[in-house]
Write a protein of this length. Structure first.
Lengths: 361, 293
């Protein structure tokens, strides 16, 4: 990563505009449900937050460390199943269940990571794909956790037997607004973890590993340790969101919580938005999830059309702009940005007919 | 004992088909170090092409087989030119997801166009031959379509092997896989060899798809399982190794069919066993059984 050395005034203007924008967007998102209380919109926003968080967690491993996982949904399933099983069999609240799921996911990630991180590139991706498929097959076969037919979380009911709201049991059957804020906070948490990683040493180590693992090792970076760190962080965040999702849908089964389709969707969102960036996964989710809902409403079907569009978009992005929408945005911004004087001179020299547009801006 | 024999023979026969599907993957990887993650979906297209020609034109899968092979080969050429060559120097993410996205696009495009229903080719010639069933010595019964598919796969595999080892173009392919710069110095156009590799690789998928259409169900998502099996076969045998694909294919066919018999587990878990065996082997020997790296 090269940071440009700009005059302080320009660095300030460069920094403050995006942060101002982000603050504004966050404020709008917090106020949004009070202005529009449409349940369909609310549901869409919750899904965006959930997938943005999942894509962000994937991004830590896939974008920063460069390890392309096609089995991240396994940790989502671990989170969802742990909290649900604890509610069902031990009457333990999902707040604790979620943490337990996250903890289990980290343990699992460390155990899987030890052998899998010996594999590189395509080999790593295929191994994670196989692990995901094993998880679905095995979970579908264990009757203790409902097998292929899945698990249902029973409603919390009030004295008259009506489904009710409960912060303790994390269920909101009457007023669903709290789901919105919890999903929002989860997403923000994922972003904060990524920002922390982006600006501290481990983040730089991860990027070094991504660029050239052997060079990073020769400079003293403990490659396996930092890959494991990225994997554990990714797994923990993914499992937390898994618990939330189980509480939101109140039904889980192996294919929908661990399957390849979920793993792939998570990574597609991150890739479309821009891997290895803080805001890419959020932008990816904000574009893809509504796009999916709209096409599904328009064409019906079991989601084939939206996946077809996602697939086509990802091919296009990979071929044309591998750095995703973030990269595209940067490219446009760079084209608009006023050139520095030497750049302008060079541009003028290279095409004498064309006036350097630097002066026009 | 007889069930075991039965299982071994049918497993090995299916393994031949797996080997033919996977050899395209390994050929392409050997040349370009790119994994075609849309491989299974190309197989699905081949099966649909076979099915389509039997329904629309009344052509038996055996008759349409060469047409399907050439169609798939051309599709491979187009994929190489339009997608693969564009991402080959790009980051790993782009390399993986260019073909992965293509696979998702093809599978779901097919589902959108043709519905997720399962189909079968009605009364293929192979199914009518000798009543559709042959009895081997030792009390082993085999379906003629399965046997025919395995024979087709074996012949195609042998032909590919001979082509690669005995013809000038085949040797040039090997040279490019071995060392691009040295091959270029010998006057071999590596771009052209990439085209040849993709054409041959997907033509093999075409043959396999047409062979499978004789007895296997045909549906938009049918490629998913075959795709993962193909990765496992190739990783098991060693990426880039043609004979590794044959060994890997037969091993996977055997493990798949023997695991419920031997381990006494539910047949739903048979793929989990296949993938576990694969993981075990790559952890011990990351380059695969016959891999060079």
């Amino acid at each position: 990563m090269t940071r440009d050395f700009l005059p302080v005034s320009r660095q300030l203007s460069k920094l403050s505009w995006p942060s101002l924008m982000i603050g504004l967007v966050a404020l709008v998102l917090l106020l949004l449900p009070f202005v529009f209380s449409n349940p369909v919109l609310l549901d869409l926003m919750v899904l965006i937050f959930v997938y943005a968080g999942l894509a962000q967690a994937w991004n830590i491993l896939g974008g920063y460390a460069g390890q392309i996982s096609l089995g991240n949904a396994v940790f989502f399933g671990v989170g969802a199943y742990t909290s649900t099983a604890l509610i069902r069999d031990a009457q333990i609240v999902p707040w604790i269940g979620g943490l337990a799921g996250s903890f289990l996911a980290v343990i699992l990630a460390l155990i899987i990571g030890y052998p899998v991180f010996r594999l590189r590139g395509h080999y790593f991706a295929i191994a994670t794909l196989a692990i995901g498929e094993i998880a679905v097959a095995v979970a579908s076969d264990i009757n203790l956790i409902g097998g292929a037919s899945g698990l249902t979380i029973p409603f919390v009911r009030d004295a008259s037997g009506r489904p009710t709201d409960s912060w303790l049991w994390l269920q909101f059957n009457q007023d669903r607004l709290p789901y919105y804020f919890i999903a929002f906070i989860l997403m923000v948490f994922c972003v904060l973890v990524t920002i922390l990683l982006d600006r501290t040493k481990p983040g730089f180590y991860l990027r070094a590993i991504k660029d050239d693992q052997d060079a990073a090792r020769s400079l003293g970076v403990h490659v396996l340790r930092y890959k494991q760190l990225a994997f554990a962080l990714s797994a923990a965040l993914t499992a937390l969101i898994g618990t939330f999702y189980a509480q939101y849908i109140l039904f889980i089964d192996p294919p929908s919580t661990m399957g390849l389709n979920l793993s792939v969707l998570i990574s597609l969102i991150a890739i479309l938005g821009g891997v290895g960036t803080i805001w890419g996964p959020i932008i990816g989710a904000a574009v893809l999830i509504p796009l999916g809902e709209v096409t599904r409403a328009e064409f019906g079907g079991a989601g084939a059309i939206e996946l077809m569009i996602y697939g086509g978009l990802v091919v296009l992005i990979s071929v044309v702009q591998p750095s995703g929408l973030m990269g595209l945005g940067q490219r446009i911004r760079h084209r608009r940005a006023p050139l520095t004087e030497p750049e302008a001179r060079a541009a003028a020299a290279s095409s004498s007919q064309e006036k350097p547009h630097a002066t026009l801006d | 004992m007889e069930t075991l024999m039965q299982a071994v023979v049918s497993g090995a026969l299916m393994g031949l088909v797996y080997a033919l599907i996977s050899v395209g993957l390994t050929l392409i990887f050997g040349l370009m170090e790119v994994v075609n993650f849309a491989h299974g979906q190309f197989l699905m297209l081949a099966m649909f092409a076979s099915y389509g020609m039997s329904v629309l034109l009344g052509l038996d899968p055996l008759v349409s087989l060469p047409i399907v092979a050439v169609l798939l080969g051309i599709l491979g050429l187009i994929t190489n030119r339009l997608i693969i060559l564009q991402v080959i120097r790009g980051p790993m993410v782009a390399q993986i997801f260019a073909t992965f996205g293509l696979g998702i696009f093809l599978a779901n495009g097919a589902q959108f166009l043709w519905s997720p229903d399962f189909r079968v080719v009605q009364n293929p010639w192979l199914g009518q031959l000798a009543g559709g069933l042959v009895r081997l010595p030792g009390g082993v019964y085999l379906g003629v379509p399965q046997l025919g598919a395995a024979v087709l796969a074996g012949v195609a595999f042998a032909a590919l092997y001979l082509f690669i080892t005995r013809t000038k173009t085949g040797l040039a392919l090997q040279a490019v896989a071995e060392d691009k710069e040295a091959a270029a110095l010998m006057g071999i156009n590596s771009q052209r060899m990439y085209d040849v590799g993709w054409f041959l690789g997907l033509a093999c998928v075409g043959v396999a798809g047409a062979a499978l259409a004789n007895f296997y169900y045909i549906a938009p998502q049918v490629g998913n399982t075959f795709a993962i099996i193909a990765y496992v076969v190739v990783a098991l045998g060693g990426f880039g190794s043609v004979s590794g694909a044959l060994l890997g294919g037969i091993l996977v066919g055997l493990v798949e069919i023997l695991s419920p018999v031997v381990l006494g587990i539910s047949p739903d878990l048979k793929y989990a066993v296949v993938y576990s065996v694969y993981l075990l082997i790559v952890f011990i020997r990351p380059q695969g059984l016959l891999g060079r790296y």
